[in-house]
Structures are given as C-alpha cells and as structure tokens.
Ligand binder design. Sequence first.
Ligand code: BMA
Length: 808
Amino acid sequence: MRAVPDQQVPPEVDGATVPATVPGCVHTDLLAAGLIPDPYLDDNETALAWIGRTDWAYETTFDRPAGEHTRLDLVCAGLDTVATITLNGVEVARTENMHRGYRFDVTALLRAEDNNLAVRFDSAYRYAEAQRDRLGDRPNAYPEPFQFIRKMACNFGWDWGPTLVTAGIWQEIALHGWSVARLAVVRPAVTVDGDTGRVQVHVDVERAADRPLTVRAQVAGEHAEVTLPARRSSALLTLTVHRPELWWPRGHGAPHRHELTVTLHDSDGGTLDEWHRRIGFRSVRLDTTPDEHGAPFAWYVNEVPVFVRGVNWIPDDVFPNRVTRQRLAHRFDQAEAANINLLRVWGGGRYESADFYDLADERGLLVQQDFLFACAAYPEEEPFATEVAAEASEQVIRLAPHPSLVLWTGNNENIWGWHDWDWQAPLAGRSWGRGYYLELLPRIIATLDPTRPYWPGSPWSGREEIHPNHPAYGTTHIWDVWNTDDYVTYREYLPRFVAEFGYQGPPAYATLRRALSDEPLTHDSPGMAHHQKAADGDRKLRRGLEAHLPEPRDFDDWHWLTQLNQARAIALGVEHFRSHRGRCMGAIVWQLNDCWPVTSWSAVDGDGRRKPLWYALRRVYADRLLTVQPRGSGLALVAVNDSGQPWRASAIASRLTLTGEPKAKSTLELEVPAYSAVTVALPDELAQPDDARNELLVAETGDRTDRAWWFFAEDRDLTWPAAAFDATVEPTEGGQRVRVTARTILRDVTLYPDRLDPSAEVDAALVTLLPGESATFTVRADAPLDAAALTSRPVLRCVNDLQGRAPF
Ligand code: BMA
C-alpha cells in the first residue's frame, strides 16, 4: 500500500511502500508501520487529517488458483470507498459505495502466474465535495460532506467521534472459482403461525451452463426440492415445520436456532454450491394501532409483549477491522449483564457484521438496524438513487436470515431534521431523502423481507401529518434533557417508545490516562477538550450538576460527580418510562459503546471500561423493578414485571432520617401479573417528610429485587452526615473482596480501582447503605491492590464524602 505519487504527504510516507493488512484501512497500516502516531491519543487526530485527503493505492501479485473452473470471479466484500480496480493493467471496475459488495468476472484477464491486482482509492473527501458542488449543498449536523458519499457517516467525525476519514479494502477480497452454476441469492422468509413454522426459501442462481439443475433445502428434519429447467434461474422452496422450537428474545426463553441448508446440484447429482445459516422460528409483530392516547409502538415476539430495554449501538471502533468477534462477544456480555434486550444499530455507522448478528441470534438479543442515513438531508439524484437501492437490497438479503433482527428503520433523525432543524429554506426544494424513507426502502422491504416491520425513521410518528417526534405517536427522541433541561424533565414526557435519550459522562480515569498526556488533567485541559466533541459539552455537564450536587472542587470530584450524574439522569428516565409500562413500551438509551476514548453518552467507554451508568442500567433494566415515583401530589410505589411469571411480594416501605431513625413504616402487598406494572399509592405518613432535608424513603421486597430509594431533597441540599465506615480487604480467587460497613448512611458507594491499576474492575457500584449495613465489592486486577488505597479517596467514593461542600 502507498500514497499515490505527487501528493502533499509527509516525507516519510512519500514513496514508501507500506505492508497492507486486508481487511483493513490505511490508518491502521500506517500505524503498524510506525509512520503515524496513534490517532486516538491527545490531539493526534488533527495532525492526521491529510490521510483522508490523500489517494491511496493497494497492489498485490498472485498466481491463478489451481483447479478447473469455468468462471473465476474477483469477489470484493467491501471497498472503502471510491475505488478503481485494475487487473493486469486492465480496469475491471470503479466503485463508490462502502456498503456494497462486488463480484467481477475476471476469467479472461487471468494468466497462470504473476497476476497484478491494483486497487486505487480516491480521497473520499474529494469525491464527496465534488458531489456536493455538483448537486448543491444540503444541511446536516456537522460541517462535513458525509451525506454526499455512501460511506460510514461518523468517519467524518461526530459528537462522540474523531474525524479520521479512512480508505482501504475493509472486507475480504478473494477469487472465487466455479463451474456450471452457483447460488447467487438465498433468501429465507421465516414465519410462525400457531404451531406451524414455515420457511419460504427464494433462490436465484447464476449460470455458466444451460442445463437442468436441482435445488434442495432442509431444516429441522424437513426437506424440499425443486428442479430448475435450463434457462430458469429462480426457485421458491417451502418448508413446513410442525411445532418448531422457537427462538425467544433473552428473558423470555431460549433462542433456539435451526440449521437451514440449501444446496445446488448439477444434472448428474453432483453438488455445485451450498449455503448454510442458522435461522430462528419466531414471529414479530409491531402494534401501532391508534388508541385514545395516540399510537403505540409495541413489540410482540411470539405474541408475547416485550418491553424494549435497549441501547443504541455505534461502531465499536473507528477502524472496523479492529472489531473482532471476540471484542463483540465481550461487548455483548456487557450488554446482557446490564439486562439489555435490544441493540439499535444507529444509521451513521454500518450495516453490522455477520459476527454481530450471529452473536445476537445466539444470545437472544433483539436488533433494530437503521438504513445508513443520519442527521442530514441526503441527495436522491444519481448516482445515489442507484447506489442506495443496490446497497439496501444487498443488505436486506444479507441480514434477513437473522432472527435477532426485528426492525428496519429508514434513517436517524432525518425526517425530524427536515421538520425542525431549519432545513427547508436552504434546501430550496432540493431532494433530501424523503423518497428513500417513504417510498424506496419500504418497497424493498415489502419485496425482499416482507415478514419484518419497517419504520421510516427514528423518530417517526407513523404518519406524515403528525410531527415525526410527537411523543404520543410511535417513536420519539428526547434530547431537551442534556441540551437544555434538567434531567427530571424526563418525567414530563409520557412517550409511547423512546428510541433515544442520553446523558454524557466522562470515560474511566484509566482510559483518560491512557489517551491523554495532559498535566494537570482538568475537566477542560487540552486533551479533555479535544476528546469532548459535543457542542458545548463541558458546559452542559456542569449545568447538569448544578440542580443536584455540590460544586466539584477538583478533577477527582468533577469526574466522580459527572459520572454519577450521568447514571442518575438515565436511571431516572428509565424508571419513569418503565413505570408507565403499557402506555410506554420501550426505551433505548443513547448509547452503549464508544469508538475511541471520549467523553460521551456511553455506558461503556472507548477502552471497554464500564462507567457508573452501566451499573445503573443493570439495576433499572432488571426484569423486576421496584421504583418510587411521584404521582399527583404524593408518591407511589411502582412494581414493574417484565417476566412471564406473576410477581407476588410484600414490600416494606420505611421513612427514615438520614441517621437511620425510623419515622414511619408500612407493608404493601404487591400482586403484579406477568408483563405489567402495578402502581400503589404510598400513604401520606410515608410520602410526606417532616424535614425534607434530613429524610429518605426506602422500599424493598426481600426477594432479589433491588431496593427503591427516594430522597425528599437534592443531594446538594440534604444535611448529609460526614461519611463514616469500616472497610476490610481480603484476597479472593482472582482478586480482592472489599467489605464496606457503614457507620453513617453512605450514598452511592462506588469504587474506582482503575485509579490504582488499569486492569482492575469491580462488580458493583452506586450502592447505598444505611447505618450498620454492609456491602461487598469484588475487585479483579492483574495484581493485588493496596488495601488502604482501595478503601479511600479517590478510589472509594460516596456522595456524602462531599458533605459540607458549598452548592454552586
Ligand atoms: C442523536 C444521535 C446521534 C448523536 C446523539 C448525541 O442525534 O442520533 O446522532 O450522536 O444524538 O447528540
């Protein structure tokens, strides 16, 4: 790989031939060759902007593969992005879409030895800017031309991502030899009706010979066979399975899968090609029937109502080749352990990988895949109309076999943007994508994937006459909280389904320390500022603290309190939305993951470390949730039961002073049917404090459910006792057990062992203890950590260690 000659590149790159890793991209190759610094550290990103403005050339030589084949195809699963492919000096093709795969018949071009394959990538910037100039500019969320090229949009930078515009052979490239015929498309449509599972397998073959062929399909012990006469190239096979073991989303049953095999046979019976996927039998129904409140957005999987406890997913790394199956599996472990049941693959990234979908299928995680349009007005002129149609058809066919995929969405925020973000005047009638979202894509889904729902946008109300972000209709995004309002404003919404709501917090300390050389490290030191991409992000973080917490005195306090506030904000939103289960049927938090070390809305940071938000999600996304909610002028205890079993419990609710003196106590009988929430008003003696600044309410059921807490005033206004506790540290298998015994109340005890060792992790966080109670934290690290350091500031924090601190 090398920079195309005669460009402005650094001298060490000019003329250098760099070993290329395929799949990969130029950034990771240059980094591996020691020619550039790590783009994720400090502000190296800025100095590397030239890479995206440079043309790059890949080259290799190879011998013709052995074997007798009528056809030899060059198969490029993914080229990023503006590519010219040349074989033995002959131009084979030019491509301009990262989201498509290509197959070229190169039989006639190949010689026995020393074939030369060259792929040249023109600067994505130059292409996009030229399209923009030709078609007329269109509004978008960031000053980059990302909507004028079919390439991962966030590559051009986002409010959580760096601008590192890649080029390269980002997916497998190979020669495929075949004779007579091959399976070009296999498209199973799986339905479940009562006891009957049905797979309709649509097959297209590509032929190199005109003679009769046979297609066979089998699944769950059932077989089907079709003969394709000469010249015919499409077949439909139907397999009916009586009482198949169903695929269930996590929390509702096992995600059973069944191997579907399709084989193609020559007239003599010999096998020409085969195709295998593990499919799942499950039905998916989206109820959007208008009701007295507006219109719901309610999921039924196998006719069971599933409340979505989701997270938005962004590319897990700027450089997709780094996102291995193992890394995805780890991220999915984190999602599952946080009781998440759905991942929404956001439209500014990619159509997720085979590994991603296979892991989701295997674990029963539901997936919503956006088509790749985000936060911009997109041109519908050529070449984009053709590219989008081809890309969408290919991706729908590729992903349709996956049972985890339950919804296609047309775009991220583009219909909303057209309505509310002052796009219409600058557009002056130019195309903006409407035809994609409301005509082309639904047509493609109806043809190629008719068993799966399609929703034109996120957010979308269901009808063009109703504002796309109307909370009472369909899906909504709530961004006033974070941008302008305090987080308690979540309670003013009674949405049907929240597809995005988020709150920022910084990454783990060890992540910051790995990425930034700032000395001193402060909330606005140069590296911190560079790794905060949101408009006014630092000010919004601080503004968000003011109503709740004391003013941070130093970086350690700032880090603890902003992480805590992030967790509190989202927990409050989720508890509120879940408390309205029925009317509201889903919440998708923005965002699970990061693509580099950055302050963002994520629960897991760019180095894979869990922020306090992750622990909060695990609690508020549990199958059974007990929560105290304001109702009218009083308080109510709400018990939410997402499981298929009724939940019967006695809840003990107590009003106490902050020093633990009982003021009132009451037992409430809870009878919560499966898939529902029950609201029990709390008697005044519990709900009305004598001294709001010195009291709390706690409710618990004694089963595995976490406690529900209610404080009658904000932390900054409470008369906290200074935190006092005893702590012991004992070695345990693979780590250390930290036992904290409270002598006073301790609010939201959190350990930051990564302050001592970047490898260290802890199993619990945000634990509130009443005087006399104990909690155990298990810390795992590569080496034992110092006991005194583990149990003191800045590792062990609680809210009332800030006692006596002045409010803002
Ligand atoms: C929404 C998302 C993203 C963005 C996030 C935070 O708009 O769809 O585009 O990163 O908010 O601002």
